[in-house]
Ligand binder design. Sequence first.
Ligand code: MG
Length: 380
Amino acid sequence: MPQSREQLEANEHQTLAPYAQRSADSRGRAFPEPPHEWRTDYQRDRDRITHSRAFRRLEYKTQVFLNGTGDHLRTRLTHTIEVAAVSRNIARALGLNEDLAEAIALAHDLGHSPFGHKGEYALNDLMKEHGGFEHNRQSLRIVEKLEQKYPHHPGLNLTWETREGLVKHFNPADHPSKRDGFDAKSNSLEAQVANLADEITYYSHDLDDGLDSNLLDEEDLKTHVQIWRDTDAEVRTEHGALDTETRHYAIIRRLINSQVHDVVETSGRLIAEAGVQSADDVRLHDGDLIRYSDTRRTANLELREYLYENLYYNPVVHKPNLRAIKLLEALFGHYLEHPEDIGSQSRARIETDGLHRAICDYLSGMTDRYVALEYERLGL
Ligand code: MG
């Protein structure tokens, strides 16, 4: 006998903190649907996201290293899975709704174009007279509109709370606050958790991949990044001499753990101090409550700057991405002249959304390798 949804909802009432977002209190879906027999609304959202096309394409999209350059380097998909795992851990420790945090984490990068942020900037440039391109906004557009697999509504028809979690990092100018009530001062704590888990995850996996691919030099890292120096010293004290690879793994593991620990401790204190008693109290609260301690934030800033200088703008990472941008620009130009060459779903939106937006949706949905294939196929 399966556990009913009502039972799961009752469990949430008993076990979650008062400031958690309970699935029974959801503001629901844009197109009302009968609830599921044994899944809560957020568990259902999570399943819809993992069964979407955009999710499957994350496997072939660049995170930092151009997709296909190394078989065990992170891709957008493995990054996303790591973010979901860290989100669940933080959410559980704070008594928040793990399912909601997980759903938001799994959807957070759906809107990324091929070739990572370089691709995003290129598309934004190509779209500058037509509303621009930004990956968070595109994630929302995908789940609300572009995924087409249900007979009675466009998109995935996710709950309001999962979509709320994707409304972030917007400039005030393009914040869609005028619709759907996405105008609260803050997002749910679950959305804040997914947001910070993203950062924790990429700090650690970029260090891991950077060292693994020899783009980062450990001696230099030790000289410039205190958090690495300190964690390395802790690992040496605990384990004694280790071979380099095992020691790196131990440092990365310890780093993730200490980041999560810091966020859980700090956020727990901030939540108590703010005195929020419900998920809606959180939305009325000015400023994020899921945060690093000040000391940790300063330490992370040093790490972040180091990664920018030595990894993200390292010519080995940067150059292939720059070449990839040329492909994007060439394809965009081609589709402007030959709208008949874009996919049928995007083509159907030319009339309502304009040719530029339809091309942008089509191109941004492509994987890295599909861009290259298409460029070749069209003989550009
Ligand atoms: Mg991310």
